[in-house]
Write a protein that binds this ligand. Structure first.
Ligand code: BTN
Length: 246
C-alpha cells in the first residue's frame, strides 16, 4: 500500500490546479494527487504563467480541511519541505534551500515552484489545491529570474515525473503528519534549518509597494520578519523576496 493519497495521471491538462479546482467545485474532497505530462495553461504565483517543459513534474494535491484559511495556507511550507526532500534524494543532503515563502532553490536558482489555491465548500470547509512544479529535466527559459533543473546537477538522468511524484507524495505525507501532530512550530523549525537568505538583505515586492531590509526570521504563523532600514519590523505575509541574484 502506498503511504500517500492516490495519484491520478493525465497526458494533458490546462493546469493541474485548474483540474483540482473543477473537481473541488463539483464536490470532490480528495485527498488525491493529480498530475499531467503536459500543462497547456500552467499557472504560477501572482498571476504569472508556469511552463512545464518535457520531463518535468506538474502535480497538485486536492484536499479538504476544517482549518481556517490562514492556517491551511501553512501547507505551502509542508509542500516546500517535501519538494526539498525530493531534490535532495537526487542531489544529496544540503543541496536544496528554501526561499520564502515556498520556492526551492538549487545552487541559488529556482528548481521548484508552489502555488496553493483554495475555496469554500458548501459544507463550510475549505478545499485546497497544493500545486507543485518541479524542474526535473529542463529549466524554463521564459522567466525573468534564474531557474535551474535537477538534471543540470546530476550525473545520472533525472527521475521520471511519476517516480518523482511517488517520492514527493510520500515526503509530503511525512511533513503533513508532523504539522497535524506538532503544529506549525515544528514545520517552521524545519523550514528555517533549510532557509535561504535569513540574516541577509533582501527586497520584498509586496502587492502594493516594495520594501528593503534584512530577512530576520520566520514568524510563528509563517510570515517573514523583515528588519527595515529605520529599525522597524515589517511582517511580510504576501509577495516575493529577492536576495542578491535570487
Ligand atoms: C510559482 O510561481 O512559483 C508557482 C508555480 C506552480 C506551478 C505548479 S505546476 C503544478 C500546478 N499546476 C499549475 O498550474 N501550477 C502548479
Amino acid at each position: 500500500m502506498a503511504d500517500h493519497p492516490p495519484i491520478e495521471t493525465y497526458a494533458e491538462l490546462d493546469s493541474t490546479n485548474a483540474e483540482a479546482r473543477r473537481r473541488a467545485e463539483s464536490g470532490e474532497v480528495g485527498p488525491v494527487w493529480i498530475t499531467a505530462e503536459r500543462q497547456t495553461a500552467g499557472r504560477g504565483r501572482r498571476g504569472r504563467a508556469w511552463s512545464t517543459e518535457t520531463g518535468n513534474l506538474a502535480a497538485t494535491l486536492l484536499t479538504t480541511t476544517d482549518r481556517p484559511p490562514a492556517e491551511a495556507a501553512q501547507l505551502s511550507f509542508v509542500a516546500a519541505l517535501a519538494a526539498a526532500d525530493l531534490a535532495e534524494t537526487c542531489l544529496g543532503p544540503g543541496a536544496a534551500r528554501l526561499k520564502w515563502p515556498n520556492d526551492v532553490l538549487v545552487h541559488g536558482k529556482k528548481a521548484v515552484g508552489i502555488l496553493v489555491e483554495s475555496g469554500s465548500r458548501h459544507d463550510g470547509r475549505l478545499w485546497l489545491a497544493v500545486g507543485i512544479g518541479v524542474n526535473l529535466a529542463q529549466a524554463p527559459t521564459d522567466i525573468d529570474r534564474p531557474a535551474t533543473a535537477l538534471a543540470e546537477h546530476m550525473a545520472a538522468p533525472p527521475p521520471k515525473p511519476l517516480d518523482a511524484l511517488e517520492v514527493l507524495a510520500s515526503r509530503f505525507e511525512v511533513w503533513r503528519r508532523l504539522w497535524a501532530t506538532q503544529g506549525f512550530t515544528a514545520i517552521g523549525r524545519a523550514w528555517t534549518d533549510r532557509a535561504h537568505g535569513l540574516g541577509e538583505r533582501c527586497e520584498a515586492r509586496l502587492p502594493n509597494r516594495t520594501v528593503s531590509g534584512v530577512a530576520e526570521a520566520l514568524d510563528p504563523d509563517g510570515a517573514l520578519r523583515l528588519r527595515l532600514d529605520d529599525g522597524e519590523v515589517e511582517r511580510i505575509t504576501a509577495g516575493d523576496v529577492f536576495f542578491g541574484g535570487a
